[in-house]
Design a protein around this ligand. Sequence first.
Ligand code: IPM
Ligand code: MG
Length: 356
Amino acid sequence: MKIAILPGDGIGPEIMAQAVKVLNVLGERFELESADVGGAGYAAHGHPLPPATLALAKAADAVLFGAVGDYQYDSLERALRPEQAILGLRRELGLFANLRPAILYPELAGASTLKPEVVSGLDILIIRELTGDIYFGKPRGVRECPDGPFKGEREGFDTMRYAETEIRRIAHVAFQAAQKRGQRVTSVDKANVLETGQFWRDIVTDVHKEYAGVALEHMYVDNAAMQLVRAPKKFDVMVTGNMFGDILSDCAAMLTGSIGMLPSASLDANNKGLYEPSHGSAPDIAGKGIANPLATILSAAMMLRFSLNKAEQADRIETAVKKVLAQGVRTGDIYEQGTHKVSTEEMGNAVVRALG
Ligand code: IPM
Ligand code: MG
């Protein structure tokens, strides 16, 4: 089985090195092949998603992705910016289903900014549609405003849109995920204002007819943002579009207080996928050896479970991570008094040791 390793920028290479170390001690024969992506792709090959990197990602059975973005690339034109790498991979590989779990590990209950009773035991799964919506909708651009009070001025515009098939397939992913968890789906939209939102709601309601055992509720996105902070444990599976999912998943991740712990999966129709930590490239701490590699290590576990059919190995990694947390081993982001602060590399080593 071939795994494309795309470390990217900022802390990407440091955290990826730890995940690779973990993959290499599992006793499986994986073929790991690395390539430049993001700012690193631009620096080495003049493009954030170099053709060879895309070809590798397409040929591989799964992609393990670090993070992209760094200050020095902020002023590049949009088409060359590091973010285009991840957007291009999502589009080119058809990775429409983004699974973002937000789990509060009991040992880290103190890390949340919310009261422990509000978040303890939190276990929600955000399913974000990833290849449609205003992210990819056309037309988009800057033009001369055609009418209205600002006629003749320049205006920026984007297009929010969803085809029926796009909504149906992500709704199926959500209902099927709920069947394996708490049997509840909250579909988030803005049906009170947007045509796209009402259409989303109608289609999700229709797909729900095939899932009698799963409860469905609809929620407006502004209310969903409020409920996530007010009573997050009410949620089981939340399904939403690309734009709202981007925002709500950051909010949900922060409920746990430890975005450095959260993995994610982006899957196509055949469960081929790209796996990446939910956090970004954190250029401010890059190269210091203090980043938390656990989100990337846990992303590797998700990869084993969803794309490589190695659920047992995924369990082994997840158990090892819990063991390390129970031992009090902590990177700086999740450090509390009385625990043992370690570097990125020491955290990776601790997981390797816990794997036995
Ligand atoms: C994410 C990120 C990306 C997004 C950026 C880096 C393009 O915020 O994965 O949530 O907006 O989807
Ligand atoms: Mg985001």
